[in-house]
Design a binder for this molecule. Structure first.
Ligand code: NOJ
Length: 543
């Protein structure tokens, strides 16, 4: 089975991971100094949010040069050293690739904007509109995606913020340039790309108006109906599905087998179209259902069953609890570490790729920075919306709050920086740091380490089939994993009372947490506890 189907992914947000030079911003040298820590956690693949040259208005998701390192983070030599050091530790590297748009400070855009006849004019999407936008397309941030340029009297299109103009993929020169960028990094040995808003790559050639929808708020897994619009003509176009295959084909010629993981959103059918009918599109896509989980056994059971029926092997589901755009899951659990352990066990034992966002391993909590004082451009756009109101409506406006510095130890600024951190560390207890959690065998960090290690060591978790099984209690989720060498059962109690189940099969407890215990053939599961039961080695019939 291909390596990327079996891996686990750990996301680093470079701004907030580790600062080495005291400027309050994380950097590549800092990350380098923490690689042993990451390796000791058991991580297999590291995904870096962007560290390319950028004005930083969207903290790197506005790129001004795809083949330069932003001096805030270091140099190209630092980057090469980092890639080598990761590989030396038998881990892999995934870079964030923002193909949809550049910064408006990118030389391509500056040229494009300079005149109607400039040779880079067609690198972006320009349209004449007489005093009003050419059509009704709403961007992902809820305003018209059209931006008027006075000097050339035309509008350019941006599906995110106005300083992030969308590239025009109908121009073959744009494709050629972007493929050259991919090659640049693949030749440096990177093992894959996370593709930012890949569902937005193509827009309707005829610029037709989007139809009306009753839906206003987008969700992480559904942007295609929002702000009273069905985004039929500016998101998820069939051309984007085909382009996914083109990019896959392009990277497939590399011997080290790099892969693509797409940030897309929409129905399961849309996700499947990005993956390709023959699984020949993007290798993986982020699946965001866990971002708005309901803490009920039924929710998780249905999710597994849905993924097994819609994305059966060779498709590989992904399980994402958070990222740099979403409220941290620990806060959605009210900080309850017992529940966190349950969720993580689910995430790592399911068939698929778990994606962990830095800090999740220690239950790093959200900040409380108001929208008004946010550095995040989305917060700046909505600065007069009070935090309590956005929280009440369930919309996440100030992404600074999930991007606070990593908590390493009890020293100044939790060991993140010797200078003033770009975002505050926020309040935390001594037991919230990596250093202290490593000493405590019952900590969340140790739980994560166990999960990462099981996945590395047991092929049944990485490759085995998955079936949900009925239980006597609505609060208990039970599923089995069967591989050629082993057979596991996973029991998770989401309820508030102790559950007792009969473990009929021969076998032994592989790992229990939250007080789960087996006495004779009775499995006792206190509230929010879980157990992985090893039924045993399955006989492999040799043909
Ligand atoms: C999605 C990224 O995850 C987000 O952080 C960024 O602001 C937008 N795409 C625009 O690139």
């Amino acid at each position: 089975m291909e390596w990327w189907k079996q891996t686990s992914i750990y996301q680093i947000y470079p701004w907030s991971f580790q600062d080495s030079n005291g400027d309050g911003i994380g950097d590549l040298q800092g990350i380098l100094s923490r690689l042993d820590e990451i390796q000791s956690l058991g991580v297999e693949t590291i995904w870096f949010s962007p560290f390319y040259l950028s004005p930083g208005e969207d903290f790197g998701y506005d790129i001004a040069d795809y083949t330069k390192i932003d001096p805030r983070f270091g140099t190209m030599e630092d980057c090469e050293r980092l890639i080598r050091a990761i590989h030396k530790r038998k881990m892999r590297v995934v870079l964030d690739m923002v193909m949809n748009h550049t910064s408006d400070k990118h030389p391509w855009f500056l040229e494009s904007k300079s005149s109607l006849s400039n040779q880079k004019r067609d690198f972006y999407i320009w349209k004449t509109g007489t005093k009003k936008p050419p059509n009704n397309w709403i961007s992902m941030v809820g305003k018209s995606g059209w931006n008027y340029d006075e000097s050339t009297n035309e509008y350019y299109y941006s599906n995110f913020l106005s300083f992030q103009p969308d590239l025009n993929y109908r121009n073959p020169k744009v494709k050629k340039e972007m493929f050259a960028v991919l090659d640049f990094w693949l030749q440096k040995g990177v093992d894959g790309f996370r593709l930012d808003i890949f569902n937005s790559i193509y827009k309707d050639e005829g610029f037709r108006n989007n139809p009306f929808s009753f839906r206003f708020f987008p969700t992480p897994d559904n942007h295609d109906e929002a702000f009273f619009q069905k985004k039929q003509y500016n998101l998820n176009l069939p051309e984007s599905f085909s382009f996914a295959k083109e990019v896959r084909k392009h990277i497939s010629k590399y011997k080290h087998k790099p892969f693509l993981i797409g940030e897309v959103s929409g129905s399961d059918q849309v996700l499947k179209s990005f993956l390709g009918e023959k699984a020949d599109g993007l290798n993986l896509v982020f699946q965001f259902e866990l971002i708005h989980f309901q803490y009920k056994a039924k929710f998780f059971k249905q999710l597994l069953e849905k993924n097994e029926s819609v994305f059966p092997s060779p498709y590989t589901p992904t399980y994402v609890l958070g990222n740099h755009d979403q409220r941290r899951y620990i806060d959605r659990l009210g900080g309850d570490l017992r529940k966190a352990k349950l969720l993580v066990c689910f995430q790592f034992m399911a068939r698929g790729v778990p994606v962990v966002y830095y800090g999740e391993e220690i239950g790093r909590k959200e900040g409380r920075i108001s929208n008004f004082f946010g550095k995040d451009p989305i917060a700046k756009m909505n600065r007069f919306v009070p935090l309590f109101l956005s929280n009440l409506l369930g919309i996440y406006i100030n992404r600074d709050n999930c991007r606070l510095p990593m908590l390493w130890d009890g020293s100044k600024n939790a060991g993140f920086s010797k200078g003033k951190p770009w975002l505050p560390t926020g309040s935390f207890q001594s037991e919230d740091t990596v250093e202290s959690q490593k000493q405590d065998p019952t900590s969340l960090w140790n739980h994560y380490q166990t999960m990462f290690t099981f996945r590395r060591k047991m092929s049944v978790i990485r490759e085995g089939s998955l079936n949900t099984l009925p239980t006597d209690s609505d609060d208990v989720l039970c599923f089995e994993r069967r591989g050629s060498e082993n057979h596991l059962m996973v029991y998770l109690n989401f309820g508030e009372k102790v559950e007792r189940l009969t473990v009929t099969n021969k076998g032994k407890s592989l790992y229990g947490f939250g007080g789960a215990n087996v006495l004779g053939d009775t499995l006792e599961l206190p509230p929010h506890s879980g157990l992985i039961w090893e039924v045993g080695k399955t006989k492999v019939s040799k043909k």
